[in-house]
Design a protein around this ligand. Structure first.
Ligand code: B12
Length: 217
């Protein structure tokens, strides 16, 4: 069996909401010494397909919930392996949260884990975080970077308001937005410094922005 077969197997198991099959595949791939970040990537693609089936009315809300639950269990298996792998010198403080009206946190939690593994001190405010709470916490924590997560179209407005309030209250550090549906256009609307749909790119981006460098084009 080739690598691409195993990738398709895990993506399909998640898209089909086959919990036990998905977890067994993850355990097998971890035991085979595979990079846990590749496993996370496949799971993300599996969940994207769950979302598409939901859009097409092939799944209902229960399907989204089940997909999220499988992913949460995958993370329990993958997290200890990721945490053993990465280290480095102290990197800075990052304020992180999912914006107002949005409770999606699986992606944010991965970003938190990876940033922590790269020695950032992460202040995670959780989900459904109001612009006011972001601004209050920014004034207390004095972060080197602020990360906003959001997966709903309606989150773009909340991101926009959060960035506007942070800037109005004197935070001039970098602001990065992340979430599966984002684009350059959304980033411009929100007024953030940069954006990503992927945690690994996101961590590299945070490292560069904190070091005073922009995205490598
Ligand atoms: C699982 C899921 C849920 C779960 C969430 C569980 C949880 N604890 O998070 C539950 C069931 C709660 C849920 C609820 C809803 N959901 Co939902 N959900 C999903 C689904 C299938 C997967 C999301 C996910 O976790 N992906 C995996 C993670 C790892 O990916 P990610 O979040 O993109 O994160 C990665 C990157 O973006 C990045 N990243 C993320 N944040 C940040 C932040 C920073 C700073 C950085 C650097 C990087 C970064 O790193 C991560 C790892 O690479 C998506 C489908 C999709 N295409 O994403 C729909 C989806 C997001 N949901 C959708 C909808 C409609 C809803 C509901 C409105 C459904 C309803 N009728 O109630 C509610 C909204 C509730 C709310 N107010 O927030 C729609 C949104 C459509 C839209 N355009 O607005 C989607 C796109 C499904 C679809 N295709 O229709 N959902």
């Amino acid at each position: 069996m080739t690598d691409s077969d195993t990738n398709v197997e895990l993506i399909t198991a998640i898209a089909d909401l086959k919990e036990q099959a998905a977890l067994a595949l993850v355990e097998k791939r971890l035991a085979g010494g595979e990079d846990p970040l590749l496993i996370i990537k496949d799971c993300q693609e599996g969940l994207r397909r769950v979302g598409l089936r939901y859009e097409r009315n092939e799944y209902f809300l229960a399907g989204l919930i089940m997909g999220g639950e499988i992913f949460r269990q995958v993370m329990e298996l993958v997290q200890p392996v990721v945490e053993r792998q990465v280290s480095g010198q102290a990197s800075g403080r990052i304020l992180l949260g999912t914006v107002a009206g949005d409770i999606h946190d699986l992606g944010k939690n991965i970003v938190n884990m990876l940033l922590s593994c790269h020695n950032f001190a992460v202040y995670d405010l959780g989900v459904n975080v109001s612009p006011t709470t972001f601004a209050e916490q920014a004034a207390q924590v004095h972060p080197h970077l602020i990360g906003l997560s959001g997966l709903l179209t309606s989150s773009y407005q909340a991101m926009h308001e959060t960035v506007a309030l942070l800037r109005a209250q004197g935070y001039h550090g970098p602001i990065v937005i992340g979430g599966g549906q984002l684009s350059e256009e959304v980033c411009r609307y929100v007024g953030a410094d940069d954006w990503t749909t992927d945690a690994v790119t996101g961590v590299e981006l945070c490292q560069r922005l904190v070091a005073g460098r922009g995205r490598e084009k």
